[in-house]
Ligand binder design. Sequence first.
Ligand SMILES: [Fe+2]
Length: 233
Amino acid sequence: MIDMHSHILPAIDDGSRDPEMTLEMLEESYRQGITDIVATPHFYINNDNTESFLEKRNNAYDIIKGKISGRDDVPNIYLGAEVYFFNGISRYDGLDKLCINNSKYMLLEMPFKKWSNKVLTEVENIIFDRKIIPIIAHIERYLDLQHGTDNINNLFSLEVIIQANASYVNYMFSRKKALKWIDNNIIQLMGSDAHNMDSRAPNLGKAYDIIKKKLGDGAVTRINGLGKEILSI
Ligand SMILES: [Fe+2]
């Protein structure tokens, strides 16, 4: 099973603190049935540019690659980024290199405030001008903020892929809505968004179990099928 969103690489963002924590997170993910995990460190244009980000990310990955080589009890790791929206993002040169595993899919974190039309136009331009398909990170975290607007429906009408975090399914109070959206194929990808081993630990195995139990194997197969397509595996 695939985890499309995680902060497992060490000392690059507010995720894993060091290589030891990364190994624990990988081992725990594998125990939960995760065979493939996408490392998506935060990318903030105010702090970074693509070149310096990739250098840091690849160095962090090399350290971990050395530690897990030959091991078959940890997931395969793929590289990406969680790109935080910024004005002008659709014209930013370095965007293609932030896509997941050299694909045309990019994990996009939307602004945590009410979106203006300009925001949605930028997303549209990423698709039409750059031919990049945004994967909208943790959709559940924007819903309250867009309440009373058509923003969420307008976003859904674009050629984007919607990702939700495992916690959306795992939490009893949001489970019903999460499962409904998975069943309707609105939520198409799942991620742990794991940052550490305590407050935001790997938890996607539980979510996949719930999805399987409530919606059947087909739903899990569909989510992982799209993940495999994106990763070309
Ligand atoms: Fe994240």
